[in-house]
Design a protein around this ligand. Structure first.
Ligand code: MTE
Ligand code: MO
Length: 249
């Protein structure tokens, strides 16, 4: 299979998925997975929150002149640094776990898929915020292309970086994963995503606090349960600092 054929296949499929995405509430399949997600994650806070509501979007006039880099700014692994040196030309994002059709995508293929651009405010739990413009592929397109299993409850993001040898990872439920503003961003403020902000791609999950926005995403895994994934808490900070798994804002 040539690269061009592969890309056409993926773009074609994603195009169809985008049409479906706009009708997200009308699709019985998506309604089913959303319902499963809600059941798995019900809590007092979530009961009073509309999980489908959009996060506020801003204009270019609102962009923060400086957007801080937080947490890791350069993954230490030799593999990551080799990808960085070749401008991520041979890098591939893997999508697997509880899906019928696992697949991987190059950065060029990700950029050729349907895109969404949004200007949103990032809120870090440490008490700072910044407004940035993000462009990327809706996560829902990739999950539907992979034919996510009806038994999957969470999406896990495995990252290239670590803190003292412990890998960074994060997870969200299907409600956040299928949300239209949840994208894998490769572009920030109309420039290629800088390494400090998570190159080649980072998650934007706009209804959640900063630590959920995994940078340096290498692999996406659909799972039925978070038990058995690292410490089982659903994320690096959840496992190691008692951060709440549900970080909705
Ligand atoms: N892989 C990875 N993702 C991460 C982090 C990190 O250290 N590693 N830090 C998190 C935190 S706490 C915040 S506030 C944001 C910071 O994103 P920024 O560096 O683009 O500002 O990334 C989040 N995602
Ligand atoms: Mo943060």
């Amino acid at each position: 299979m040539t690269l061009v054929t592969r890309r056409n296949a993926i773009v074609g499929a994603s195009g169809l998925l985008l049409a479906g995405c706009e009708k997200i509430t009308a699709s019985p399949t998506v309604r089913k997975v959303l319902t499963l997600g809600e059941k798995a994650t019900l809590s007092g806070q979530r009961l009073v929150t509309d999980r489908n509501a959009l996060a506020p979007e801003f204009t270019r006039a609102d962009l923060s002149p400086r957007f801080r880099m937080n947490g890791n700014r350069l993954p230490a692994s030799a593999e990551y640094q080799a990808h960085m040196a070749s401008n991520f030309a041979d890098w591939k994002l893997e999508i697997g776990g509880k899906v019928a059709r696992p697949f991987s995508l190059t950065l060029a293929q990700l950029k050729a898929a349907p895109q969404r651009t949004q200007i949103t405010r990032h809120d870090c739990v440490e008490g700072w915020s910044a407004i940035g413009e993000w462009t990327g592929v809706p996560l829902s397109l990739l999950l539907r292309h992979a034919q996510i299993s009806s038994t999957a409850q969470y999406i896990v993001f495995h990252c290239a970086d670590d803190f003292s040898g412990i890998p960074y990872y994060e997870s969200i439920d299907l409600s956040d994963a299928m949300h239209p503003q949840t994208i894998l961003a490769h572009t920030m403020n109309r420039q290629p995503l800088p390494v400090g902000h998570g190159a080649p791609i980072r998650l934007r999950v706009e209804r959640a606090l900063g630590y959920k926005h995994a940078k340096y995403v290498m692999r996406i895994e659909a799972v039925e349960t978070l038990a058995g994934i690292h410490g089982g808490g659903g994320g690096y900070w959840e496992d190691h600092s008692g951060y709440q798994w549900f970080a909705g804002i």
